[in-house]
Design a protein around this ligand. Sequence first.
Ligand code: ARG
Length: 585
Amino acid sequence: MRKITTILTETVGEAFEKCGYDKGLGTVAVSSRMDLCQFQCNGAFAGAKLHKKAPIAIANDVAAALKDNAMFSCVEACAPGFINITLTDEYLISYVNELAGDTHLGVPQAEKDETIVIDYGAPNVAKPLHIGHLRSSIIGEALKRIARATGRRVIGDAHLGDWGTPMGLVIAEYKERHPEWSCFRDDFDPKKDKLPELDADELSEIYPFASAKSKVNEEFKDKAHKITFEYQNLHPGYYALGRALVSATIADVKQNFEKLGVSFDLWYGESDSAPYIPELFERLDEKGLLYESDGAMVVDVQEDSDKITVPPIIVKKSDGSSTYATTDLATIIQREQDFHPSKIWYIVDKRQSLHLTSVFRCARKAELVPQNCEMTHLGFGTMNGSDGKPFKTRDGGVMRLSELIRLATEGAMEKLADSDYVSGDKLETAEKIGVAAIKFGDLCNQPSKDYIFDLGKFLSFDGKTGTYLLYTVTRINSILKKAGIGYDEDIKLSGIYSDVERELALTFALTGETYDKAFNEMSPCVLCDSAYNIASLFSRFYHDNHILSESDEQKRRSWLALSLLSRKILTLQLDMLAIDCVENM
Ligand code: ARG
């Protein structure tokens, strides 16, 4: 269905035309002054230049032409040339009822087919998920769902870190500890020889151990470098161990991702780009971009307009091994061949911005993707502790994601301690509330901003929190249940009886604008704002009216329709944020 501002733009554009002005001047936007009007058109200002006439004269003409239109309760020209517009309740009701019956619940559908690849999550092999992965995975998941809801084809790729020096370090350490393993024998045959089971405890401690060791032990460090090179050149034993490490890591991280509602279409890793590396070098070479510098192979990516020095991008190290940039570039070739995306979105810490800028520039120079394929880095900020510094555990370590979820679940459990409302498993409900609290606390911020992780605040039943939103949904559930109305029933709004109902209806009517903004700005926080707005308006409406005991049957039905639609829109928005609702709490 068409967005409300699209319909209004057309109507107002026709009025401009009718008055002898250019139709294109009729652009209508949501008002920035809701106390004055619901929508506004500022076309008279541009019209003044075009038609050599005072803006207010144009605005007056257009307002007069729209006066008798049944859509509007008020169209006013205001000095020096604004056109303020407010809809009639009848029109608003009919639009909202249409939206309630729309298959996409008012979410605007993309006009043409397009494919978006989203690179997010990106855990690293042999490293447990920690809070650094939280932001990438949940922002990425939300963007995937938002883009998908608009009818686009979206592919989520976990892009596991399984190709760099850390792999060499881990394999080298395993080799020192278990030299007898088949994969370390010269005659290892991946078809016949079996690898031993990897011990989960060892897997989780081996990387930090090996990494610390390499800092004090030169000999070990050199070994690890050599192994990285051999692994990257598909040394059968190392490669087989690498694959086993990838599988074990995926099994481990999947559990946490599942709790967060995060899933991927592809579990590709950096290593999956390896087959494309030779092609990458050919193409860089063909374009004459490659040159040698201190034994390494590099490509210049500095641009004239740069205010800082952007160093050349290293695609092959002097020891012959490939870099983080090499796999990122090869992955672009792979994505282009597999999916022809028109957009590739990278949901990666903003501290990696120089790396990704360089990768994109190099990819453009080498024409790895067509001109019209956009590559965008959505750089997110840091999750800080109450001291304003990156969030740490009490003893100063990096907090594991599983630990964070456990803490939030515990906190929610305390809140639920004396609730009699939870039917079913309290712990399961507590985990959903805890996860909703963490996720909403994160997603309601502009992705690029740092934010303070404050679990106490996030778990509060009041204010802009995930907990409050889940609670609001459970309140609506209980009203509908008492009224005997199913969640999928189709009942219609028949009247607007108070200001808060009008505000609520208008917020529903703006669904299309909300989704467009969330998608275009890559900002799940736009949906968080809208969901919070709906929840607070609903709470006011609920506080002011006794829905169930209302004796006027028509009013009661209409109020129930408003409640049902609040629930539908809220739960859809929460689903876009991958936040699960609970039935009661
Ligand atoms: N695994 C990387 C890290 O932990 C993030 C990867 C981001 N994606 C990418 N295509 N570079 O830092």
